[in-house]
Design a protein around this ligand. Structure first.
Ligand SMILES: [Zn+2]
Length: 254
C-alpha cells in the first residue's frame, strides 16, 4: 500500500467540511468539504490550514469586476458593496492608497502654483523690468507682502505634500504596486494573452492549484477563443474552490 493510500493520512490531509474560521477576518463559515473555501465577509479564499490565496506578503488579491484575479487596485474589486472587513487590516488601493496619492500630488501641484505666483510678483521688480517710485513706499510694502504670502503658501503646500508622501512611505503602501509579487506578474501575462508563459510560471512557482491564478489562465484561453481549454481549466478552478461565485460565473460563460 502506497503512502497516499493510507486512509489515516488521507483523513488528516484531506479537505474537511464543517465550521471554518476565515484566517483573514476571523468570521465563521459553514463549509462543505473542498480544497479551498471562500469567505463571504471579506471575499478571501483560504485553505484548511490557514493558507490564504488572497494575500501574498503585504499584497491583497481578489477577483475584479472584469473577472481577473489581480492585485487589488489594478482594477475595481468585485462586490465592493460588501461590508469592509476593518479587522482584517485590509488596505484597498482605491480606499486608502489612491486618496493619499491624490492629496500628495495635489499639494505638489499647488506648491508649484504658489512658487510661480511668487516669481510673477517679485522677479520683474528684482530684474528691474519696472521699479517703484520713491514717492510710493506703500507699493513696495505691498509687493513684499504679497511675495511673502505666496512664499508661505508654497512652503505649506510643500510640507503637506511631504506629509502625505511620508504616510505612503512609512506604511509601505506603494510597494505592492511598484514591486508586485509573481502572482501579479502571472495575472498581467494572462491578461496580455501569454498563455504558454502563464502555464510555465504556474508550474514553476508551484501555484498550479491556486484557484484565482488558474482562473486567469482560463480567462486568457477564453480570450483567445480556445473554449475547450478554457472550460477545462475553469472547471479545475471550480473544483478547487467550489462555492466561489466568480469562478462559477466564469465557468458558466465558457
Ligand atoms: Zn474573511
Amino acid at each position: 500500500m502506497g503512502v497516499f493510500e493510507d486512509s489515516s493520512v488521507a483523513s488528516l490531509k484531506g479537505p474537511k467540511g464543517g465550521t471554518h474560521t476565515c484566517p483573514l477576518c476571523g468570521s465563521q463559515q459553514e463549509t462543505s468539504p473542498a480544497p479551498s473555501y471562500w469567505c463571504e465577509h471579506c471575499l478571501s479564499i483560504y485553505t484548511d490550514d490557514g493558507g490564504l490565496y488572497t494575500r501574498s506578503g503585504d499584497e491583497q488579491y481578489n477577483f475584479t469586476e472584469s473577472g481577473w484575479f489581480r492585485l487589488l487596485g489594478t482594477e475595481k474589486q468585485l462586490g465592493t458593496d460588501r461590508p469592509e472587513p476593518l479587522e482584517s487590516g485590509f488596505v484597498a488601493f482605491a480606499d486608502v492608497v489612491q486618496p493619499l496619492l491624490d492629496r500628495c500630488v495635489g499639494q505638489l501641484i499647488w506648491s508649484g502654483i504658489w512658487l510661480l505666483l511668487m516669481a510673477v510678483a517679485w522677479l520683474p521688480l528684482a530684474w528691474g523690468w519696472w521699479s517703484i517710485p520713491d514717492s510710493l513706499p506703500w507699493m513696495m510694502t505691498g509687493v513684499k507682502g504679497v511675495t511673502l504670502l505666496f512664499a508661505v503658501l508654497f512652503l505649506v503646500s510643500l510640507a503637506m505634500s511631504g506629509y502625505y508622501w511620508s504616510g505612503l512611505m512609512m506604511r509601505s503602501l506603494l510597494k505592492p504596486y511598484l514591486f508586485p509579487s509573481i502572482w501579479e506578474d502571472i495575472a498581467a501575462k494572462a491578461h496580455s494573452g501569454f498563455t504558454d508563459e502563464v502555464e510555465r510560471l504556474l508550474n514553476e512557482e508551484g501555484v498550479e492549484d491556486h484557484p484565482g491564478l488558474l482562473t486567469n489562465l482560463g480567462l486568457a484561453y477564453l480570450q483567445e477563443g480556445q473554449r475547450d481549454k478554457a472550460k477545462k481549466i475553469l472547471s479545475r478552478a471550480h473544483e478547487l474552490c467550489p462555492s466561489h461565485p466568480a469562478i462559477k460565473a466564469l465557468l458558466d460563460t465558457a
